[in-house]
Design a protein around this ligand. Structure first.
Ligand code: PXP
Length: 248
C-alpha cells in the first residue's frame, strides 16, 4: 500500500475571501483553480458557506463548468446545501461543521450524536453518485459512526496537530501525530478511504503525507497565503514536492 499515490486537493476559498473584501470579480477563484490544476493539483476544493463569506453559488457553477480535475464540494449538512449538491453532482462532497453545536471539541463534525440524521442526509448524495466524505477529528467513536452511516471517505482534522506545532508544543504535536497515525490505520481497516487536512503548511505536511493510509490532503489557507510571496504555481509545486518526498 505504501506505493499508493497521495492526491493534493487545493482549496481556493481564500482567493474568494480576498475578492470579496472589495466586491467585484478580482481575484478570480476560477483562475486560481486553473493555475492549481496546471501546478499539479489532483482536485479543487471549495466550501460554499451558508453566509457565502467566500465562495459564491456562481463560483461553484463556474468550477463545475471549467474544471478538468474533480471538485470536492465542502458543505454543511443543511437542506439548502444538499439541494445545491444534488443539482451539480460534484465528484465528491465533504460534510463539514459550520455551527458550534455541530462540531466536536477538536473541530470535526459531531457524527456519533447525529448518526440517524446524517445517514439520511448523505443517502441521496451517494445515490446521485457523489463520493461522500465526512470531516472528523481523529477519534475512534467518530470514525466508527462515519462508517456506520455509509460514508466512503473520512477526512481527518489536522488542525490540533498543526496548532501544536505552530505554538511550539512539540510533545503535544507528536501526540496528535500519533493519534492521526493510529486513526488513519483504524479508518482504513474499516474500509474507509482516509483523507486529511486543515492548517497544513510546508513545516507540517510531511509527517502526514508519509502516513501510507492517507490518500489525499486538502490544503488551502497556507497555499493562498504563500502565493502572495511566491506566486500560486510555485507555492503549489513546492507543496507537491514535499508531499512526494515524504511519500517516497
Ligand atoms: N479540509 C477541510 C474539510 C476544510 O474545511 C478545510 C478548510 O477549512 C481544509 C481541509 C483546508 O484547511 P486550510 O485552509 O487550513 O488548509
Amino acid at each position: 500500500m505504501s506505493g499508493q499515490a497521495l492526491r493534493l486537493g487545493v482549496n481556493i476559498d481564500h482567493v474568494a475571501t480576498v475578492r470579496n473584501a472589495r466586491g467585484g470579480a478580482y481575484p478570480d477563484p476560477l483562475r486560481a483553480a486553473r493555475i492549481a490544476e496546471a501546478a499539479g493539483a489532483d482536485g479543487i476544493t471549495a466550501h460554499l458557506r451558508e453566509d457565502r463569506r467566500h465562495i459564491s453559488d456562481a463560483d461553484i457553477e463556474g468550477l463545475m463548468e471549467v474544471l478538468t480535475v474533480p471538485l470536492n464540494f465542502e458543505m454543511a449538512a443543511t437542506d439548502e446545501m444538499q439541494a445545491i449538491a444534488l443539482r451539480h453532482k460534484p465528484h465528491a462532497v465533504c460534510i463539514v461543521p459550520e455551527k458550534r453545536e455541530e462540531r466536536t471539541t477538536e473541530g470535526g463534525l459531531e457524527v456519533a450524536r447525529e448518526e440517524n440524521k446524517l445517514a439520511h442526509f448523505i443517502a441521496p448524495l451517494r445515490d446521485a453518485g457523489c463520493r461522500v466524505s465526512i470531516f472528523i477529528a481523529a477519534d475512534k467513536r467518530q470514525i466508527e459512526a462515519a462508517h456506520r452511516i455509509g460514508a466512503e471517505v473520512i477526512e481527518l482534522h489536522t488542525g490540533a496537530y498543526c496548532d501544536a506545532h505552530a505554538e511550539g508544543h512539540f510533545d503535544a504535536r507528536d501526540a496528535e501525530l500519533a493519534r492521526l497515525t493510529e486513526m488513519a490505520t483504524f479508518g482504513h481497516s474499516l474500509g474507509l478511504e482516509v483523507h486529511a487536512g486543515h492548517g497544513l503548511t510546508y513545516d507540517t505536511v510531511q509527517p502526514v503525507a508519509a502516513l501510507p493510509e492517507v490518500r489525499e490532503l486538502n490544503i488551502g489557507h497556507f497555499l493562498i497565503g504563500e502565493s502572495i510571496f511566491l506566486g500560486l504555481d510555485p507555492a503549489i509545486r513546492e507543496m507537491r514536492r514535499l508531499m512526494d518526498e515524504a511519500r517516497a
